[in-house]
Design a protein around this ligand. Structure first.
Ligand SMILES: *Cc1c(COP(=O)(O)O)cnc(C)c1O
Length: 484
């Protein structure tokens, strides 16, 4: 560093490089017309901060001898400030196109909200609302009551309560019903889902002692019966949402487990994870257990997510008997896990859609995408094929192909959705891996990033979730430029 500084000072600077005396002052830069315009738009402090950061950066580069003389011209400097301000003010959360083939993709925000949910959310958030205010009495209300009747109507439960997400619903249920006591669960159901949610750890966090029974593949009624003692507080079933135990297997059904528990005065809780409110088999999709079935089988509490198959906002829904839900609702931890008014508004409007059950597959984006016919998706792929082939140029070959998508978010882990899309493969075998990375990167850098998946040396764009094909097509010239 010291030597570099000396070399600048003694004038042995490489030709074309800027010298320290070329550096602008912060004040001078702020007076440049383009920058002054930015100040008028965004305020002094935001723009001045970016100007200061730019000048710091230029100073350190001039000392390293890497700053070009052309970079310190008024026009170049103004453009640099403009770029920094735009970068600083660009939201980090952005829309992307999910062409992964996974419909409910946790990393891409899970379920898409229905138009009605968005409209209700916007309306409720643009002014005060009766979140916790009882309009009939003028007294304090309870936010649960906004959706409780909808949830009990749709699931047949006696009562319902809501929290921030399903992980919170499970944690709260266990803590409220079994803190400092024992919870019996089958070894075949000790799930780990993404984001460090592992059933044994959740039990420990809730302060319950987990008692594992049975084996990985087989658990029998007598396994539960033998484990019950006077410290037992709860029998628990967990839907194995992201894996399947197949072959020589046996599990105790919710109905059998409820009979065992109720004969001893104990409750049963079932964590469904996804939990569909409608029978997906009606659209030829694989069946997912429904909360209403679990309640009908005798379960006292059923927990499920708002943003998986339900197709709503992030939420943890807890439905069940009046006695169990009453304990859960009164448990102090509930306050820390409570749902915000934003998702609550979206949840209410989403549940309303289920009241008009004939229209759910049109009105709920998640179901609309899941039930989209393969032939439609293939037609879309064929229509986009020529433009995509042109955009990726001669280095890649493109083909329209059948693909295997999935529901995602731990629903029906082994089932595949017959889908279609575009497969893009590097033409040259040599450097194919690098070419694929370059392609995936170029797609991610588009104004609306396109997220595909790489499989067997090809980049697959599964088009099941592409509804705005014009938006995708409009970006192809930019893709072409990035790859040329
Ligand atoms: C997804 C899932 C959860 C967690 O739900 P979140 O809404 O993500 O908090 C819990 N249990 C099971 C079985 C799940 O599949």
């Amino acid at each position: 560093m010291a030597r570099l500084e000396e070399s600048v000072v003694d004038g042995s600077r490489a030709p074309g490089k800027a010298s320290p005396k070329d550096l602008p002052s912060v004040d001078r830069l702020l007076r440049e017309p383009v920058v002054a315009q930015l100040v008028a738009e965004h305020g002094h402090s935001c723009v001045a901060q970016q100007v200061r950061l730019l000048v710091d950066d230029l100073r350190s580069r001039v000392l390293q001898g890497t700053l070009e003389a052309s970079e310190v011209g008024a026009e170049a400097l103004s453009a640099a400030v403009q770029q920094r301000v735009a970068g600083r003010l660009a939201p980090r959360m952005r829309n992307v196109l999910n062409l992964t083939g996974t419909v409910i993709h946790t990393n891409l925000g899970r379920a898409l909200l229905a138009d009605e949910a968005l409209a209700h959310l916007l309306k409720m958030m643009s002014g005060p609302n009766n979140l916790e205010y009882d309009l009939a009495t003028g007294g304090r209300g309870d936010r649960d009551s906004i959706v409780e009747e909808l949830l009990t109507t749709l699931t047949g439960a006696e009562a319902a309560t809501i929290v921030n997400n399903n992980a919170a619903a499970v944690l709260l249920t266990i803590a409220a019903l079994a803190r400092d006591r024992e919870v019996i669960v089958s070894r075949g159901e000790l799930v780990e889902i993404g984001g460090a949610f592992r059933m044994p750890d959740v039990m420990a966090s809730a302060g319950a002692n987990m008692v594992e029974v049975g084996t990985t593949n087989r658990t029998h009624p007598h396994d539960y019966e033998r484990a019950i003692n006077d410290r037992t507080a709860l029998l628990m079933k967990v839907h194995t949402s992201n894996y399947a135990v197949q072959g020589f297997t046996s599990a105790v059904s919710e109905a059998e487990l409820s009979a065992i528990a109720h004969a001893r005065g104990l409750p049963v809780a079932t964590d469904l994870g996804s939990g569909a409110l409608v029978d997906l088999a009606a659209w030829g999709l694989p069946r997912e257990p429904m909360p209403q079935e679990m309640l009908a089988a005798g379960c006292d509490v059923v927990t499920f997510s708002g943003d998986k198959l339900l197709g709503g906002p992030q939420a943890g829904l807890i439905v069940g008997s009046r006695a169990s839900i009453g304990k859960i609702r009164k448990y102090p931890m509930k306050r820390a896990l409570r749902m915000s008014k934003l998702p609550l508004a979206a949840l209410e409007a989403t549940l309303m859609i289920y009241l008009r059950s004939d229209r759910v597959a049109q009105d709920l984006p998640t179901l609309r995408l899941l039930t989209r016919p393969e032939s439609d998706i293939r037609r879309l792929a064929q229509a986009l094929f020529p433009a995509v082939a042109e955009a990726v140029g001669p280095r890649f070959s493109v083909s329209v192909e059948g693909m295997q998508g999935q529901i995602g978010s731990g629903s029906l882990p082994v089932e595949r959705l017959a889908s279609a899309g575009l497969a893009i493969a590097p033409v040259a075998k040599k450097g194919a891996g690098r070419a694929l990375d370059e392609l995936a990167t170029a797609l991610r850098r588009l104004p609306v990033p396109v997220i595909g998946r790489i499989s067997e040396d090809r980049l697959l764009l599964d088009l099941r979730c592409l509804e705005d094909s014009a938006l995708f097509a409009a970006q192809l010239p930019a893709l072409r430029q990035a790859l040329s």
